[in-house]
Design a protein. Structure first.
Length: 639
């Protein structure tokens, strides 16, 4: 039968643009697609062979063979699968073009996930990806059960194709790519190995290629020269560990696969092997890394996510849509059964099946963390030290799991050893019955906070204060607001006195009213000056009003580029029982116009700035006041 030339009913150039620019990010994908088609063809003939053994034709040595030929500059992908008839080739290799580009795009966008066209399996988009590297594509195929006739299809991808009947001795399909000059690297043995390893390592059927092997002489032939033989070698492992039964997998195997996948030299903190069955079927093999890798924080979050396989065919190595950003540290892969192989990054963002998979994965990961925290608190604390900042992010981004995440949070406190943690649940257990709030302090380091005047009242009361050194902690408390109906309360904000203490302070305040007014005039930087209910040992402290940003958070926001962050109004609190404050009060009572009072007010304000870790605004003036006091105190008195 003579070859017939037919026209595609859609403009192929426009279709190629869609494939290359919209669906694929690199050329290597074409080989994945053709191998995937071959796997589908083998699976189909295996299925038919269950009821029609004759279709197997005594050819059940399932494999996909790559045949690079440098002389002809061709790469052939050959399989012994179901094969295609003349009618099938005409339908399937023209299906996209015949429906039209606009209809094709509309079909992809409008169909729901369950009915979205499986175009790759029909030599659709996947097949046409071949034209990214080939200037001419030739398909020769013979359908199982037809021992006589095969079919040849060929096209340059420029709007027409040729189709003719041929004689083909073996069942299956051969796709021969006449490679472009810039794509001749696909004839290189090492390069083909690399691409197969990357994209198709875990497909069920062997992907093979003839390679040259040097054979050493056998016993008795020591003087004979080495021989070179052609050996058919399997390129893929075919061992999809995530599809094996958990009981058949050793922990070492899990860990070895993790190290290969994550490029990590250490064992993971936990392994999650999860199989979802029923309305939504997928398998997941996820790992919780024990250590944060270098430069993790500077990596693009959209490049961090589990690998995605669809029926063991590699799709992408950063399917960030499968997990929320606060779990982007999780490594591993997901192998879904219900997703189309041509799913793109854009499709994943709005795919309802992806959303359901994400929900199931998040639930499983949080359950694993909960088990870890209960069964091995020491290991969990070490894990949290590495990844706690990201889990805290989930508190204000994942409302549905906020309470579970709150249970997983860990903090140092005034009653833990340095480097040790407590949980919010433990904090509540140790709270005095009369205590109604969860007290916390945010600062740059534990050392700075432990020497802070803000903790004096709580030490006197023997009350625990959470010490928060993570920049994100301020957002965590502001979004949680409470834990188990116990509100969070910052010890450096607002008034911490109870009603009895407030009444007593008001009475004392009458005596100090004049001095407080003098301080307000001498220190205009503050919103107010008042007597303190939180100080026991220190003379002075600066606080902000309830709900305002503390200086630590203001400084952090400014370092992040938010220069327009307003400075929160500060309140200067004096300890009426401190010796220095009492002395200043006595001096005020003796002579309210004594110029030293202004100097002392500024000194105490600067002292409060230094005490909270802030910088003194006028260092020269501060030094001058100190030097003046030293000079007066050190001067010898009258003999």
């Amino acid at each position: 039968m003579a070859a017939k030339t037919r026209k595609f009913k859609a403009e192929m150039k426009q279709l190629m643009d869609i494939i290359i620019h919209s669906l694929y990010s690199n050329q290597e994908i074409f080989l994945r697609e053709l191998i995937s088609n071959a796997v589908d063809a083998i699976d189909k003939v295996r299925f038919e062979g269950l009821t029609k053994p004759d279709v197997l034709e005594d050819n059940a040595d399932w494999k996909i063979k790559l045949i690079p030929n440098r002389e002809t500059k061709t790469l052939t992908i050959s399989d012994n699968g179901l094969g295609m008839s003349m009618e099938t080739v005409g339908d399937q290799l023209g299906s996209i073009a015949r429906s039209g580009t606009a209809e094709f795009l509309a079909e992809l966008q409008d169909a729901d996930a369950a009915n979205r066209p499986e175009l790759i399996g029909q030599f659709g988009v996947g097949f046409y990806a071949s034209f990214m590297v080939a200037e001419n594509v030739v398909v020769e195929s013979r359908m199982a059960g037809d021992p006589e006739l095969g079919v040849r299809w060929s096209s340059t991808g420029q709007g027409t194709y040729k189709i003719e009947q041929i004689r083909k001795e073996t069942r299956g399909t051969d796709v021969t790519l006449h490679l472009r000059e810039e794509a001749l690297e696909y004839l290189d043995e090492y390069f083909l190995r690399t691409v197969v390893k990357k994209f198709s390592d875990f497909v069920e059927h062997p992907v093979v290629m003839d390679v040259e092997k040097t054979v050493s002489p056998t016993n008795g032939e020591e003087d004979a020269p080495e021989k070179v033989e052609i050996v058919e070698e399997v390129l893929n492992s075919g061992q999809a560990i995530w599809r094996r039964a958990k009981s058949d997998i050793e922990q070492e195997e899990y860990h070895d696969f993790y190290k290969h996948l994550a490029r990590d030299s250490e064992d993971p903190a936990r392994v999650i092997h999860y199989v979802a069955e029923g309305n939504l079927e997928f398998r997941a093999l996820l790992y919780l890394p024990a250590k944060r890798p270098p430069f993790f924080a500077s990596q693009d979050p959209t490049k961090q996510g589990p690998h995605l396989y669809i029926r063991r065919v590699f799709i992408t190595d950063n399917a960030e849509a499968l997990l929320p950003p606060y779990l982007r540290f999780v490594r591993g892969l997901v192998d879904a059964s219900d997703l189309p192989l041509n799913v793109s990054r854009e499709m994943m963002q709005d795919n309802p099946l992806i959303a359901r998979i994400q929900k199931a994965l998040v639930n499983k990961i949080l359950s694993t963390l909960e088990e870890m925290a209960t069964e091995d608190p020491t290991a969990y604390d070490a894990f949290f030290q590495e990844w706690g900042s990201l889990l805290k992010m989930g508190v204000y981004t994942d409302f549905a799991n906020r309470e579970r995440l709150a249970d997983l949070l860990r903090f140092e406190s005034t009653k833990t050893q340095p480097g040790a943690f407590t949980s919010l649940a433990k904090y509540l257990v140790s709270m005095p019955v009369a205590q109604t709030d969860i007290f916390y302090l945010v600062g740059s380091s534990r050392e700075v906070m432990e020497s802070s005047a803000y903790l004096e009242l709580f030490r006197a009361r023997d009350q625990e204060v959470l010490l928060m050194t993570d920049p994100i902690d301020e957002w965590v408390t502001s979004h949680l607001m409470a834990y188990k109906e116990k509100p969070f309360k910052a010890v450096d904000k607002g008034d911490l006195s109870d009603e009895a203490e407030k009444a007593a302070r008001e009475e004392t305040g009458k005596t100090f009213a004049g001095l407080l007014d003098l301080f307000r005039q001498a220190v205009p930087e503050v919103k107010d000056v008042r007597l303190s209910g939180r100080l026991k040992d220190s003379a002075v402290v600066l606080v902000v009003e309830e709900g305002a940003l503390n200086p630590h958070m203001q400084a952090l926001l400014k370092t992040l580029g938010q220069e327009d962050v307003p400075d929160a109004a500060r309140i200067l609190e004096l300890n009426a029982e401190h010796a220095s404050v009492a002395a200043i009060q006595a001096l005020f009572e003796k002579n309210p116009d004594d110029p030293r009072l202004q100097s002392y007010a500024r000194l105490l304000y600067d002292q409060a700035l230094l005490g909270e870790g802030s910088r003194v605004t006028d260092v020269q003036a501060f030094a001058a006041r100190i030097n003046e006091m030293i000079a007066k105190d050190a001067s010898p008195g009258d003999e």
